[in-house]
Design a protein. Structure first.
Length: 590
C-alpha cells in the first residue's frame, strides 16, 4: 500500500493515501526509500518521522508502508557490533558503500552469511513455552548466546538438530497445540517501543560494582536499578559513563552514544578492544554492543536509538544475564523529541519540550529492573539503566533534569567547581544521593560486615561537617577552630583526596575492588579515631597532622592490586605507632 508526500519539514514528512496504515508502522519514503516511522494518523493522512536526511524530497514522492512496527533483529552476531540508531550495522555499510553513508542503504542488522555452531539443549518431543532455551551458540569467548523460543509461542519441539547454521536457517520445528508447525531460526524480531515480557520483577538487592569509590561506597547503584549522571559541559559525564561501561560487573554492556560528539564514540571504539575485562581477562568489546547516533547524524534517529539499545538489552536480560544500558545523553534525546514536537505543531510544555517528556523518560527507565525471565527454568536477569543528562549551563532546574530526578533512584550530581580543581570523578557528595542504601545494606553486611555501612555513614558525616566548618573558617580562620574541628577538616581532606579522588587513566587507580575500597576507607577513618583519642590526652594536633605515614596513605591508591592488603596493614601499624608516640609526648607535657 502506498501514499503520496504532501509536505516536507526537515525530518517530518506528511503523506496522504495511507488509510490502511497504522501508527508506529515503518515506511519507505521517496525514490531513495528513506526509512521512516508513522507518528500520528488523521484519516488517511500520516505524519512520518524520517530517520535519514530528507533534502531533495518533495511533494508527490511515493510512500510505501511495510505494515510492521519499528523492530530490531535479535540474533547471534550483535556482540562487538556498532550500529546506528535504527540498528543498521555501520561497519558493513562502510564495506558496501564507503565511509560516506548513502541514504536509503539497506543492510541486514545481523550477518546472514556467517555460520554459527548451534548446540541443541532440548530433544524432540519436549514441551516448551515462550522464553525456553532450545540451544546455545558461543558468540564470543565470554558470551554464551542462548537461543530461546519467541515469547508469544508455545508447543512441542517436533525436530531439532545441532550443527552449523546461519541466522536465517531453521534449527528446530515447533508444533503448536492446534497442529500448526512453526520453523524456528536463531533470529527474533521485536518492536522497539514495546518492552519484552517477564514473569516477575523483584526489588534490586545486589550492588553493581563499578570500581569507582565514590559510586560504590557512598552512592551505590543496584543491579536492575536506574541512575542519572547530570553535569555541565566539561565536568566528566562521558568519562564517568565510560568507566561504568568498562568496569561494571555485568555480563553485557549496551553503550548508546545518543547525540553526543563523534570523537567520544571514537574513543570508545579505540579503547574498548584494547582494555581487559578484570573478571574474564578478555577484551571488553567481547561483551559490548555499541549504538552510535552522534550529534552529526540524523536527529530523528536519536529518538529511536535509546529504544533500540534497551530492546537489545532486554533480549540479553531474558537469557539470564546482568545487562547495563549506558545512554549518553538523554538530554540530546529529549532535544530530538522537542524538535519533532515543534514540527508536529504540538502544544509546547516548559522550555519548548513536549508535555509528554516526563512520561517518555519514565517509559525508558521503567524498562530497567531485576526480573525472573519468562520460560520454565526460572532464570533471573537484570537490566540497569544509566543516563547522562546535559543541562544547559549546568542548571539542574531545567525540565529534563527535573523529570529524570523524579524517576531514577540514584543521582550522581557532577560539579564543575570540582572539575576545575581537577577532582575527578567530579561527583558532588553533598548534592548526590542513592535510594538503594537500605535495600543493599543486607548484602554489604553479609559480605563485608556491618563496619562497611558504618564507615560509609561516618565518612558522609565528616564531609557534611566539613562543609559547615568551611563557612566558619572563611570568617575567622582555621587556627581559631578547636583541635577536634581542625581534625575534622584534616580527615575530610583525606577522605576527599586519598579516597574519593580517582584517576581513570591509570591502570592501578582506574578500577578499585570492593575489598580495596573497604580497607582504604577504614584506614582513613582509623586515623581520625586514633587522633581524637590522642588529642583528648593533650597531644599537639599540628604534630598529628604531620606524621610521616600521612604521606604514605596519600600514595595508597597507587599500590598494585596484588600488594595492597599487606601494604595497607603495614600503614595501619605504622600509623598507630606514630600517633601513640605523639600521644605519649602530650601526656608527659600535660
Amino acid at each position: 500500500m502506498s501514499g503520496k508526500v504532501v509536505k516536507v519539514s526537515g525530518p517530518l514528512v506528511v503523506a496522504t493515501g495511507l488509510a490502511d496504515a497504522n501508527m508506529s508502522d515503518v515506511v519507505r519514503v521517496g525514490p531513495q526509500r528513506l526509512i521512516g516511522e508513522i507518528l500520528t494518523m488523521k484519516g488517511d493522512t500520516a505524519s512520518i518521522q524520517v530517520y535519514e536526511e530528507t533534502s531533495g524530497l518533495g511533494p508527490g514522492a511515493e510512500v510505501v508502508t511495510t505494515g510492521a512496527p519499528m523492530s530490531v533483529e535479535l540474533a547471534p552476531g550483535m556482540i562487538e557490533g556498532i550500529y546506528d540508531g535504527i540498528q543498521r550495522p555501520l561497519e558493513r555499510i562502510v564495506e558496501k558503500v564507503g565511509a560516506c553513508i548513502t541514504r536509503g542503504v539497506e543492510v541486514p542488522a545481523v550477518d546472514r552469511e556467517k555460520k554459527w555452531d548451534f548446540e541443541a539443549v532440548v530433544k524432540p518431543g519436549t514441551k516448551v513455552i515462550g522464553g525456553d532455551v532450545i540451544g546455545t551458540v558461543q558468540e564470543t569467548p565470554v558470551v554464551l548466546h542462548k537461543i530461546m523460543v519467541p515469547p508469544n509461542l508455545k508447543g512441542t519441539i517436533k525436530s531439532i538438530q545441532s550443527g552449523s547454521f546461519n541466522v536465517t536457517e531453521t534449527v528446530a520445528v515447533l508444533k503448536k497445540d492446534n497442529g500448526d508447525e512453526i520453523p524456528l531460526t536463531m533470529t527474533q524480531k521485536w518492536p522497539v517501543r514495546v518492552g519484552r515480557p517477564y514473569t516477575t520483577k523483584y526489588p534490586p538487592k545486589r550492588p553493581l560494582c563499578s570500581g569507582q569509590r565514590i559510586i560504590d561506597t557512598l552512592f551505590p547503584l543496584a543491579k536492575g536499578g536506574t541512575a542519572a549522571v547530570p553535569g555541565p559541559f566539561g565536568s566528566g559525564k562521558t568519562v564517568v559513563q565510560h568507566q561504568l561501561a568498562k568496569w561494571s560487573d555485568v555480563d553485557i554492556v549496551i553503550y548508546i552514544g545518543c547525540g553526543e560528539r563523534g570523537n567520544e564514540m571514537t574513543d570508545v571504539l579505540r579503547e574498548f578492544p584494547e582494555l581487559k575485562d578484570p573478571r574474564t581477562g578478555e577484551s571488553l568489546m567481547k561483551r559490548t554492543v555499541l549504538i552510535a547516533n552522534t550529534s552529526d547524524m540524523p536527529v530523528a534517529a536519536r529518538e529511536a536509538s535509546v529504544y533500540t539499545g534497551i530492546t537489545i538489552a532486554e533480549y540479553f536480560r531474558d537469557m539470564g544475564y546482568d545487562v547495563a544500558v549506558i545512554a549518553d545523553s538523554t538530554s540530546r534525546w529529549a532535544e530530538a523529541l522537542r524538535e519533532m514536537s515543534g514540527r508536529l505543531e504540538e502544544m509546547p510544555g516548559e522550555e519548548g519540550y513536549p508535555a509528554y517528556l516526563a512520561s517518555r523518560l519514565a517509559q525508558f527507565y521503567e524498562r530497567a529492573g531485576s526480573v525472573e525471565c519468562i520460560g520454565s527454568d526460572e532464570r533471573r536477569g537484570s537490566l540497569t539503566a544509566v543516563g547522562a543528562v546535559s543541562p544547559p549551563g549546568g542548571d539542574l532546574s531545567e525540565p529534563v533534569s527535573q523529570a529524570t530526578m523524579r524517576i531514577v533512584k540514584v543521582f550522581w550530581a557532577l560539579d564543575s567547581s570540582l572539575a576545575y580543581r581537577r577532582h575527578f570523578p567530579a561527583i558532588n557528595w553533598l548534592n548526590s544521593y542513592s535510594l538503594y542504601l537500605d535495600s543493599l545494606k543486607p548484602w554489604f553486611d553479609e559480605n563485608f560486615g556491618e563496619a562497611f555501612m558504618r564507615n560509609r555513614a561516618k565518612a558522609m558525616s565528616i564531609l557534611q561537617n566539613e562543609a559547615s566548618l568551611n563557612e566558619i573558617v572563611q570568617l575567622v580562620g582555621k587556627d581559631s577552630l578547636s583541635p577536634a574541628d581542625q581534625l575534622t577538616l584534616e580527615t575530610a581532606r583525606m577522605v576527599r583526596e586519598d579516597f574519593l579522588q580517582q584517576n581513570a587513566f591509570t591502570d592501578i587507580d582506574g578500577y578499585s575492588s570492593y575489598d580495596r575500597q573497604e580497607r582504604l576507607l577504614a584506614m582513613v577513618l582509623e586515623y581520625d579515631t586514633l587522633c581524637r583519642a590522642a588529642i583528648a590526652k593533650g597531644a599537639d594536633a599540628a604534630k598529628l597532622f604531620a606524621i610521616p605515614v600521612r604521606e604514605t596513605i596519600g600514595r595508597a591508591k597507587s599500590v598494585p592490586a596484588d600488594q595492597y592488603k599487606d601494604a595497607y596493614a603495614q600503614m595501619r601499624a605504622d600509623m598507630a605507632q606514630q600517633i601513640d608516640e605523639i600521644a605519649a609526648q602530650g601526656g608527659e607535657t600535660a
